[in-house]
Design a protein around this ligand. Structure first.
Ligand code: PAF
Length: 287
């Protein structure tokens, strides 16, 4: 039976009991409005440990002043049902006042330099500081042996990985692959903002990623030309492109000639919806 917990003391008590009984804990942090992508993270977590904990918390500090914090979809009852059915042991739904008891001006934030200011960080100043801070807080509260993140938020994944290494956090991380609709659109809570017409257009994001990845695989090394071609194409379809970028997969740095493990990343706005996606690509050793 899944337990749903809000007070921090209750969470800590349950986790302590489980640890004393020899259980291991896998954790999936979420902002709720759960879809099949989240449930894939949960399935992955369940294979890693004896107990699975999911958190739902819409974290205000990772939204910019003109972003969708107030409008972000909140569906706690449906989410609880899905998680119970998926075999989750504990759903942690903290109260914002317990997570952020002090005034923002006096608060401790976690800053992962460099990576946090590039790509999405450039277009969403403060976003990754907010993400790193809440993820560290949740790790301190849940004290998991494993934490599972989705590859759609690949930059977030690298930032969390860096934070875990730099702060010597005693847990292991697992990256779960992006889940997609049949047309290729990556599953995201923000897809719910799209009108049917926008949804049809949004599927072409994945086609662009596929084609760019194929160009890289086939030996094209003028990455700027590939990027420009897809920015033009997506713009022509009605997207406002924040970036379409080919980077090193390990640290999102600019690729050199010999870089084998690459990633194509895209962020766009379509109407009022911001969408991100990416595709990792391995250049053939023989090219
Ligand atoms: O990926 C998300 O849903 C959020 O950024 C996370 C990791 C739950 C932190 O709020």
């Amino acid at each position: 039976m899944m337990q749903t917990v809000t007070p921090i003391a209750e969470l800590r008590g349950l986790i302590a009991d489980w640890k004393a009984a020899g259980d291991s804990i896998a954790f999936v942090p979420t902002m709720g409005n759960l879809h099949a992508g989240h449930l894939h993270l949960v399935d992955t977590a369940r294979q890693l440990a004896t107990r699975t904990v999911v958190s739902i918390f819409v974290n205000p500090f990772q939204f910019g002043p003109r972003e969708d914090f107030a409008a972000y979809p909140r569906t706690p009852e449906q989410d609880g049902g899905k998680l119970a059915e998926a075999g989750v042991d504990l759903l942690f739904m903290p109260d914002s006042r317990d997570i952020y008891p002090g005034s923002p001006e006096q608060m401790t934030f976690v800053e992962v330099p460099g990576l946090s200011h590039d790509l999405c960080g450039h277009f969403r100043p403060g976003h990754f500081r907010g993400v790193a801070t809440i993820v560290l807080k949740l790790f301190n509260l849940v004290q998991p042996d494993w934490a599972v993140f989705g590859a759609k938020d690949y930059q977030q994944w690298l930032i969390v990985k860096r934070m875990v290494t730099d702060l010597n956090l005693p847990l292991r991380l697992h990256l779960a692959e992006t889940q997609r609709e049949s047309g290729g659109l990556a599953l995201s809570s923000r897809n719910g903002y799209l009108s049917p017409a926008e949804k049809a257009i949004a599927a072409s994001l994945h086609h662009s990623l596929d084609e760019a990845a194929e160009s890289v695989r086939s030996g094209v090394t003028d990455y700027t030309a590939i990027e420009r071609e897809h920015i033009d194409r997506l713009t022509g379809k009605g997207f406002q492109v924040d970036y379409f970028s080919i980077r090193r997969a390990d640290d999102l740095g600019l690729p050199e000639n010999g870089t084998r493990q690459l990633i194509v990343l895209v962020a766009v706005r379509l109407g009022k919806t911001r969408l991100i996606d990416n595709l990792r690509v391995y250049r053939d050793e023989t090219l």
